[in-house]
Design a binder for this molecule. Sequence first.
Ligand code: 8BR
Ligand code: GLC
Length: 495
Amino acid sequence: MEIADWETRYLEAVSNVREQLGNVQGVFVAYNSNVDAMKHIREEELKKLIGIIGQDKLRERIVEYPREIKDPVDFMARLIIAMRDGKAAEVPTYTTDIHEWLMDNLVFDSARMGGQAGIMSNLLVTLGVKNVITYVPWLSREQAEYFVDSPNLKHPVIENGKLILKHPKEAYDPQQKPKINWIIEFSKGMKFRCAGEEFEVPRDNRLIISSRPNWLRIDMSPEMYEQLPDIRESIDGAILAGYQMIKEEYEDGTTYRDYVQRAVSVIERLKGCNPQMRIHVEFTSIQNKVIRKALLTDIVKKHVTSLGLDTVEVANALNVLGYEELAYSVINKGENSIVSLYEGAVRLLKELELQRVHIHSLGFYICVVSKDHPLGADDQRQALLFASALAATQATLGSIKDLDDISVGLGVPVYDQGYDDLIELEKYLVRRGICTAEDFEDGCISADGHNLIIVPSKVVKDPVATVGIGDAISAGAFVALLAKMPKINICKITE
Ligand code: 8BR
Ligand code: GLC
């Protein structure tokens, strides 16, 4: 199929999904909302910061590869690594010192809604979803201000022992402090010298400094947990994210195992008697490998139906699951990395007993779907195309304010390089007898029954920002699928 045919498929998909979105009853979204302090760094600012830290200190720290930001040298080392490789990363900090240093030495350009759950909640409301029930364990007054004003957006609160739903601006805890992350965005083509070497940034991306104050918990009160089933009737599915905040050990003697157990119980409560309830987890960059593994094997495996992740996150996930070689080739194989990504997606689908794995990359999205997923390849493909149009809209405008904005994304051309990558994968699959060229374009069913759906995406040349685009892609595709899902009330049938 030619690129022009893909453009036609895009138009059809967006028009279909838009008509169907009204079928979605509601979505529960938890846990992480925060404020993102956004800074688009420029060459001269970087030069100034490198000068402040000093080349020698930086050289050493880059080799050490800090997984936590304790001081400005750690911060600069991770920034140089992210810019050198053009790769996204999120690194935690447990003190407010770096925030103050950044305020003194860099200053942010703007503040906006951050956190996967916060970004996805606002987007779903903007897309017109009737009930978006967002839950933030640390809802502060300042945080509440970043949620869109809409009666369709609600947050659960316990009043007089009962769970009720209110807009976040009426539900916040006045004592709660805000969580503020720093997002350092950098542009492709930026040049800099560091530790005696010359670098050029290979692609637009960002480094996130994630603040982790000691009050942060991925949790809910026992009353809210008990009454969570009350919201089940008004949702078709849930999107869960933010588990990266879980720590191995807490000052009060609890450990990550306690929080993992509670996270699983929440999922069980949401499903109730409906094991088909759609549960999507959005993965992210998780520096701590114990937590990364626990999230995959103890929370995602068996409990979740769908997983969304970017390419670096695929490698990280494969790595802790014991597929080091495949992880390495996802990151390093260059033009063949699409084949490794496909193989990685299949591994994740099988190993984690999922129904759907959605990988978004710059230029194409790969989705592998198990044979027991209720929707066919056409619906899956339309969901991916809709998501890509949303991503291109967000990259062009910075944020999506209205569903009609999607015409901006639709106007962005399909990325040639992504299309070429697709052809590489097609050749590989045809050569191995996994599918024919015709099958490849319509959904490629393997011998053991899982289906591969792949689309070339629309890529914006000079994106306003990259942070949060992955969230738009995953939430967009997930809600498009919910809109297409047959509405069977399994609880009623089995009662
Ligand atoms: P994460 O936020 O999960 O890392 O996902 C980012 C996603 O944003 C990438 O997978 C890619 O698909 C998309 N993206 C990026 Br980065 N830059 C983009 C651009 N200029 N146009 C469209 N999509 C982009
Ligand atoms: C992570 C970060 C948050 C950012 C989001 C974007 O959740 O903690 O700051 O807004 O990713 O996806």
